[in-house]
Ligand binder design. Structure first.
Ligand SMILES: *Cc1c(COP(=O)(O)O)cnc(C)c1O
Length: 230
């Protein structure tokens, strides 16, 4: 069942790519396994999927210890500086860097373990009060500062779009993030690789792919609804 869900999402991504004239190989599907048991991850891994997303440090660390294959763990949730040390050698990519202070801490922990940590800069593209992430206007300046840290490597941008009924409402936000991505890329800042655009979730990933996402983060659409009261 979970494998069928995963394949169905892949198919939708392919269709969105065709519509936009893109190569589906440009898009990585991250299976967001937060709150889901370990057995579910193993099930989805049978499809060949090796990219999983978690939003809590402790959950990522616990699952990382048990998987039977070398998984790329994506930390997608808000990260507190005091928890960086637990995931610095476990996460393949931190999607949620939203301050110079957090990047500084990642740099410090990276140095201790000689790890250059790939990160994305989280942008609150729709300027919602309830969301983490930098304002669009401050993003370039933060990137310029963080680019000086030798044990951090900026690989692109990430956003969590508003929760909407109709995914078309988020198209403008995806377009805006893509434009910011291109604008920053064109400035060719040293030690910054603008390669990854992480946007789109279960409700809106097709639109995000049409608008240039290179990573989509899909939880419910693969694993089913989450129960936070267990
Ligand atoms: C939970 C989560 C997702 C996946 O959400 P779904 O709507 O279940 O696909 C994606 N990104 C982030 C940052 C999340 O926390």
């Amino acid at each position: 069942m979970l494998q069928d869900n995963y394949q169905a999402v892949k198919k939708n991504i392919k269709a969105a790519c065709e519509k936009a004239g893109r190569d589906p190989k440009e898009v990585t599907l991250i299976a967001v396994s937060k709150t889901k048991p370990f057995a579910d991850i193993e099930e989805v891994m049978k499809t060949g999927c090796l990219d999983f997303g978690e939003n809590k440090v402790q959950e990522l660390v616990e699952k990382e210890e048990h998987v039977s294959k070398p998984v790329h763990w994506h930390l997608i949730g808000h990260l507190q500086t005091n928890k960086v040390k637990y995931i610095i050698d476990k996460a393949a990519l931190i999607h949620s860097v939203d301050s110079v202070k957090l990047a500084e801490c990642i740099n410090k922990e990276g140095e201790k373990k000689s790890i250059v940590m790939p990160i994305l800069i989280q942008v609150n593209i729709a300027d919602e009060d309830t969301k983490f992430g930098l304002k669009k206007e401050e993003t370039e300046e933060v990137i310029r500062t963080v680019s000086k840290f030798p044990f951090v490597k900026i690989k692109g941008l990430m956003t969590i779009a508003p929760f909407v009924e109709d995914p078309e409402e988020n198209r403008i936000h995806f377009q805006n993030l893509r434009q910011l991505f291109i604008d920053i890329k064109e400035k060719t800042i040293d030690n910054v690789d603008m390669e990854i655009l992480s946007m789109g979730m279960t409700g809106d990933y097709q639109v995000a792919v049409e608008e240039g996402a290179t990573m989509v983060r899909v939880g419910t659409g693969i694993f089913g609804a989450r129960n936070y009261n267990k």
